[in-house]
Design a protein around this ligand. Sequence first.
Ligand code: MEV
Length: 327
Amino acid sequence: MVTSSAPGKVYLFGEHAVVYGEPAVPCAIERRARVTAEEIDEGLVVHAEDLKLDGFTVEYTGDSTDLPDVDAAKPLLEASMGYINEAVTQVRDAAGAPDAGFEIWIESDIPLGAGLGSSAAVAVAAIDAGCRELGVELDPEDIADRAYQVEAAVQDGEASRADTFCSAMGGAVRVEGDDCRRVGGVEHLPFVIGYDGGAGDTGALVAGVRALRGEYDFAADTVGAIGDIVREGESVLGTGDTETLGELMNFNHGLLAALGVSSRSLDTMVWAARDAGAVGAKLTGAGGGGCIVALDETDAALTALRYTPGCDEAFRAALDTEGVRAE
Ligand code: MEV
């Protein structure tokens, strides 16, 4: 039996624009998914406990799914099971063991579907644990590629490499189409997360931006301007100039709001963090609900968010320079 963990992520810059070939900079955060794998004679049994869903235990064998009868939890649990199914397919392929059976345990500190890359972290950790259980060591780039295949399969081809590459590699990464690399020299980013307890509909939000971009040249220019922010931000990352990074995050949030992907709760949390003295704050991920990320060395934004109406949870989750690892 072996356990692997992999981090979640925030977008420092560039979500949505990355869909149109602009670069983006996701950063791994100190919140992890842990997956334990044990080889069994046949089939697949999954225990998914404590996925921020009140600690349900899910027993899952082959195609017969016995999910808890809680409507709100079901889609999230079903999605998690889809990622595990595909991850196990990748493990069997990598190990040349098409009939290997597994018992899998999932634990995660990363809120589901909230823009923090929870599914990517589960896929990355599951591939690493499953492969190591079968005696196969993959390097993080291979794990990232296989985890991307998992996301692409579950999301009908609608996945970028950002989340899976970032989770496998750790640190700050730069993603532009299929070109993914670590950004060197970035050791410390004091992120604070505000979470409204909800989740946006990524497909609908991406479709909304696509429609605006098709209808208005200025919306297409806005997407291009987000790309410019990413290029400017890259030149500042690693210099320690957090003031400029914060300014660029604020600008990025304004452009995302202009594209219609913020929400009242996300805007409220962004302003609460800024008013408390954060050097910058923006939504992270698809938007519509979920999380914001603020840059703040002190505890002021964290405390303010905890008292902000509409903020369900606030926590510190600094840059994690380590990607997937054995536990
Ligand atoms: C969602 O986490 C990020 C988006 O840019 C979509 C994507 O890149 O696939 C909105």
